[in-house]
Design a protein around this ligand. Sequence first.
Ligand code: S0N
Length: 330
Amino acid sequence: MNDSYHRIHGEVPSHEVEWKTACDEHGKEFTDIICEKAVDEGIAKITINRPQRRNAFRPQTIKELMRAFNDARDDSSVGVIILTGKGTKAFCSGGDQEFRKADGYADFENFGRLNVLDLQVQIRRLPKPVIAMVAGYAVGGGHVLHMVCDLTIAADNAIFGQTGPKVLTYHLLCYFCNKAHKKCPAWLIVIFLLDSVAGPNCKVGSFDAGYGSSIMSRLVGPKKAREMWFLARFYTASEAEKMGLVNAVVPLEKLEQETIKWCREILRNSPTAIRVLKSALNAVDDGHAGLQELGGNATLIFYGTEEGNEGKTAYVQRRRPDFSKFPRRP
Ligand code: S0N
């Protein structure tokens, strides 16, 4: 299939990669996502597959993403993971508002949940690089998802932002004011004022006072993070690049090609060095959990040394360990 086929069907063209569809570890099929692996390449690609909703996630979507990330973590042939959205219109538009209840998001069960927070932690702690491949909108909780990934490659049509404090009629107000060259009809102002006191169902967004705030502040700096959250503006791909929010911006038709190039460069490097570096880069911000991750990597490496092995061997052989031959390095 050529590039124009993919463009007509609203998909990012694929280049020189043979993708094989993967199921989860129990062999179950996914409904809300697509999980693929590049044959003989060490790359897993996880795609949110709800384009009719701009790839908004419901609890089921998050459960499937977590299973797919878990599978990619456990698969030792995988070295890099791409997270993306189906089609060219959106990476992810955040939590699916149709499923939002007073206590979180609910789909097949009656009680609400915010399980996207567990997914954020999972990506952050995953000992392999995760690259967000963004075409179209990455907004709300979808924007936070790209921020928790290690790297972001954006298409030139990408739009970034938090909708958080915005209310529905505020969107409408802005839209009509722009159309009417800032002359806003009085009836819209009245609706806007009513909306302000109308209750939670009128809200489009919410806020992420966890990673969505702290990681953003680290990425773009405290002033710009306040701007992004307080004003809830949308930013173009090139603005996002200037802010340090993304690593590279490429033409839409080159998005997957460029992302694969980055994956292959990473895969040429030492997996252990990358694993330790990822945990080191997160350690200070992640507190005890960050130190645990970094410390765990030190233990993992120690187990592979002769010195580390001496303790275990001595125990198994019922003798005193002899550490005298190992250097006490300066
Ligand atoms: C993305 C936008 C700008 C795209 O505009 P466009 O291209 O004009 O398309 P639309 O016609 O608007 O949309 C096409 C269809 O997709 C549906 N849709 C889009 N986004 C969503 C969504 N988030 N939920 C449900 N449906 C969605 C549209 O309704 C439309 O459907 P049809 O064709 O049937 O009319 C534009 O779509 C937009 O602005 N979307 C809303 C974006 C938004 O506000 N997202 C934020 C939602 N909230 C979160 O993400 C919070 C995340 C979260 O879980 C969380 C995390 C931590 C702490 C707290 C929370 C928490 O939720 O409380």
